[in-house]
Design a protein around this ligand. Sequence first.
Ligand SMILES: [Zn+2]
Ligand SMILES: [Zn+2]
Length: 66
Amino acid sequence: MSAAARVLCTHGYVLMQDSCPCCDAESETPHKADPVKVVPSWTKRVHTRCRRCAQIPSHRIHGDAR
Ligand SMILES: [Zn+2]
Ligand SMILES: [Zn+2]
């Protein structure tokens, strides 16, 4: 197992694996993107997600990615 397979979100949940109520709340709120590379357990592909909301960093809520 690579260490990248278990990346925690800002709130301490496993990004893209656990459902995090804080990430759900953040995904409604504009904030700065905090991109991190994640490899979910079901694939070898690397995904880039925001640690604060688990969305893709180019999502509209990220003010600096317009
Ligand atoms: Zn979270
Ligand atoms: Zn975000």
